[in-house]
Design a protein around this ligand. Structure first.
Ligand code: KG4
Ligand code: ZN
Length: 359
């Protein structure tokens, strides 16, 4: 089914159109980064208003470029995320589906990130989701390995404090490098010496072998070290002194190393057929290099989405929606509820059981 995807969970308004085979024919993201930059983070009210203004424009653009007459399914992110932003997307998608008498499917944002490695931007069909894929989802809100098996994605570990992307953002904000921080750090770290600063691994009790992450200690150490090096926020963020570039390179190298640290053990436990990464931090070049190198060494296939599909986009939502629709799932456009928190984090399913993202 030709699907229209709509994503408004945070600060990107995204619309995509996918053919039934997952071919991406339209994929546009309207970034609000400039609107939030003065506040060094996302302001929920500004985000919701921006979505409301941007959605009709993006839909009109999609109609002009590829035509929406042939759309047979509407897929929309229903959570988790900022509730005001989600409500704009779900109400808009529900009204659109209702008015055009099209089937509607609500999609979990995580499901989108989990299927994104199987998509491409080369006008080729998507690859089917592979059973037994081990996926590292790293974004502004998530840092977990998931195992895709039996039609659902089970989280295998979690972060005990900050998400990986959040740490990139907070370090960059403290240094005066703007928001979002990940892409800036990625570029600046290229010019620094990753061996100059060393950070010790968090000592967290892990008797059950949960392999959890913890990044807030690293964040604090990096910001303290920066304060010891000179004036922060940097007086001239366009030209950071070499010591700061070395610090950013060391920070990035450390966080990438920690993100990949549970990999060997999880591979030993679950014998995955494929290892994938997704979410904004999966666009990080150092992470992509190291994960690809790991794949070469281990002989296990590594699948990375195109960088443009690592951050929030609607192509992944349309594809996750098509997967749900193919199983016969439909949502009532008069009753599609949005949710701010991940159901698998809150054990919010029937009987208090966690509901994992379906694939
Ligand atoms: O997936 P995403 O767009 O939104 C969430 O679901 O959170 O991820 C955004 C996060 C931000 O924290 C951003 O700084 C980070 O991904 N990010 C990166 C890079 N590009 C985006 N972090 C490190 N390196 C990058 N190249
Ligand atoms: Zn995301």
């Amino acid at each position: 089914m030709r699907a229209l995807g709509i994503e408004t969970s945070c600060d990107e308004t995204a619309v995509a159109v996918l053919e039934g085979d997952g071919r991406v024919v339209f994929n546009v993201i309207s970034s609000q980064a400039a609107a939030h930059a003065p506040y060094l983070g996302v302001v929920p009210e500004i985000a919701a208003r921006h979505h409301l203004e941007a959605l009709p424009k993006l839909l009109a653009e999609a109609d002009r470029q590829v035509g929406l007459a042939g759309v047979e399914l509407v897929a929309v992110t229903r959570g988790p995320g900022l509730i005001g932003s989600l409500l704009v997307g779900t109400c808009f998608a529900s009204a659109y589906a209702w008015a055009r008498k099209l089937p509607l499917v609500g999609v979990d944002h995580l499901e989108g990130h989990l299927v994104s490695p199987f998509l491409n931007l080369e006008d080729a069909p998507a690859r089917g989701t592979v059973e037994g894929t081990l996926t590292l989802v790293i974004s502004g809100g998530h840092s977990s390995y998931f195992l895709l098996a039996g039609g659902e994605a089970r989280p295998l570990n979690r972060t005990r404090d900050d998400a990986a992307g959040e740490v990139f953002d907070k370090v960059a904000a403290a240094l005066g490098l703007g928001y979002p921080g990940g892409p800036v750090v990625d570029v600046l770290a290229e010019r620094g010496d990753p061996a100059r600063f060393e950070f010790s691994r968090p000592r967290i009790k892990d008797p059950a072998g949960a392999l959890d992450f913890s990044f807030s200690g690293l964040k604090t150490s990096v910001i303290r070290t920066a304060q010891g090096l000179g004036q922060v926020p940097l007086p001239d963020p366009g030209k950071p002194p070499q010591a700061f570039l070395d610090l950013l390179a060391s920070f990035q190298s450390t966080i990438v190393e920690w993100l990949l640290w549970p990999l060997e053990e999880l591979v030993a436990r679950h014998a995955p057929r494929l290892v994938a990464a997704s979410g904004g931090v999966a666009g990080n070049r150092e992470l992509r290099r190291r994960l690809a190198a790991w794949g070469e060494r281990s002989g296990i296939e590594v699948l990375l989405p195109p960088v443009a599909l690592t951050t929030d986009n609607a192509a992944m939502i349309a594809w996750a929606g098509q997967t749900r629709a193919a199983r016969g799932e439909r949502d009532d456009p008069r009753a599609l509820a949005a949710y701010p928190r991940a159901p698998w984090k809150t054990a919010g399913g029937p009987g208090g059981k966690p509901v994992f993202p379906a694939l």
